[in-house]
Design a protein around this ligand. Structure first.
Ligand code: PLP
Ligand code: COI
Length: 353
């Protein structure tokens, strides 16, 4: 598809890499494309970064008809820019779209517009250690009417933000509160889709945990509040008696691309990885008898985030003496090594710009 490019008249000054934080600074341009059920996708364009004007009855403002993705572009030592497994984000976006009755984007078109946009904005990819250009594709239902139904009009946008680490703690272990009241998602609901509503519904528990000094919550399943699902906005993995255990994808868990990559890396290093139900009772027993050796969250923003303490029903359990474990560190080193082009791309995950 032809992409019409309108360049910003004045380019912004690039920020100092040491002060980036997460998602506060945006690049000069954004990609936009519209859809309606008669024309399909049309009007693909790159325009100067600007506010989006919406009709007050726009579907997204009332019924939460919104999905998004998150992936990164990394600057290598030789100056080139590369993305990590973008096809997986494109596929997940389409699975989210199907769940929310939003339009899917043909994979080739989604890849074309993403690479064209990143090519244009690539100078914004920072080069300091641990920094990257976070790409945020998102789509929303945009009918100008209050009826509740699958939308007839939608808009797809990609914005980009140079970022440092997601957590102020960086790769240092975080404290996690096990949430036994609110749930993030239920089977049959939208847990496996990356839709805005999931995040809106998770904020209350996150706020309660933060007030008590915890970085995030560990979510239990929505039916029995018995099985572990995710940690904050990341997937979660445990090393118990030498084996890696991670909750299986049951429909309420987001199928993380970092999770998928961790599993492939771990298996390639000879670890046994069990994707299965893991109950809070089994985890509590492992915490009590000392067989829980490591725990970490994994997601694009933080890559791998070690868990140094878990709190369940008021009892605090240190994990690996509050320090980053060997497997956690090695996963972080391998994934970031491939992402920043310091290690060979032996799995074929990299897309160079
Ligand atoms: N779980 C949730 C709820 C998320 O928002 C994310 C972040 O994208 C993840 C898991 C990790 O997914 P990924 O590794 O694809 O970033
Ligand atoms: C992740 O990349 O791990 C995230 O959860 C992104 C978050 C800002 C929604």
């Amino acid at each position: 598809m032809e992409i019409k490019i309108t360049k910003a008249a004045v380019l912004k000054e690039k920020p100092d890499s040491s002060t980036l934080g997460f998602g506060k600074i945006f690049t000069d341009h954004m990609f936009m494309m519209d859809w309606n059920d008669q024309k399909g996708w049309y009007n693909a364009r790159i325009v100067p970064f600007e506010n989006i004007s919406l009709h007050p009855a726009s579907t997204v403002l009332h019924y939460g008809s919104e999905i998004f993705e998150g992936l990164k572009a990394y600057r290598r030592k030789d100056g080139k820019v590369q993305m990590f497994r973008p096809i997986e984000n494109i596929r997940r976006m389409n699975r989210s779209a199907e769940r929310l009755c939003l339009p899917e984007i043909p994979e080739d078109l989604a890849m074309q517009v993403l690479t064209t946009f990143v090519e244009l904005e690539q100078d914004w990819t920072p080069s300091a250690e641990g920094t990257s250009l976070y790409l945020r594709p998102f789509m929303f239902g945009n009918d100008e009417s209050l009826g509740v139904h699958a939308v007839h009009n939608a808009t797809y946008v990609i914005i980009a933000s140079p970022v440092g680490s997601y957590y102020a703690e960086g790769i240092n272990p975080v404290k996690i509160m096990i949430e036994d009241e609110d749930v993030r998602a239920v089977r049959g609901g939208t847990g496996y889709a990356k839709c805005g509503g999931n995040y809106a519904a998770s904020n209350r528990a996150g706020e309660r945990a933060a007030k008590q000094g915890y970085s995030q919550v560990l979510w239990l399943d929505g039916v029995e509040r018995k099985y572990i699902e995710e940690v904050g906005a990341m997937n979660v993995m445990f090393k118990i008696s030498g084996k890696i255990v991670t909750p299986m994808l049951s429909g309420s868990i987001l199928p993380g691309i970092t999770r998928m990559s961790c599993i492939e890396v771990l298996k390639s290093k000879g670890f046994e990885v069990e994707e299965r139900l893991l109950s809070i009772d089994e985890l509590a027993a492992a915490m009590e008898n000392g067989t829980l050796e490591e725990a970490w969250g994994c997601g694009t923003a933080a890559v791998v985030s070690p868990i140094g303490e878990l709190c369940y029903k008021g009892v605090k359990y240190p994990v690996n003496n509050g320090e980053i474990g060997e497997v956690t560190q090695s996963l972080y080193d391998t994934l970031t090594g491939i992402q920043w082009g310091k290690l060979d791309d032996i799995f074929g995950w990299i897309k160079e710009i």
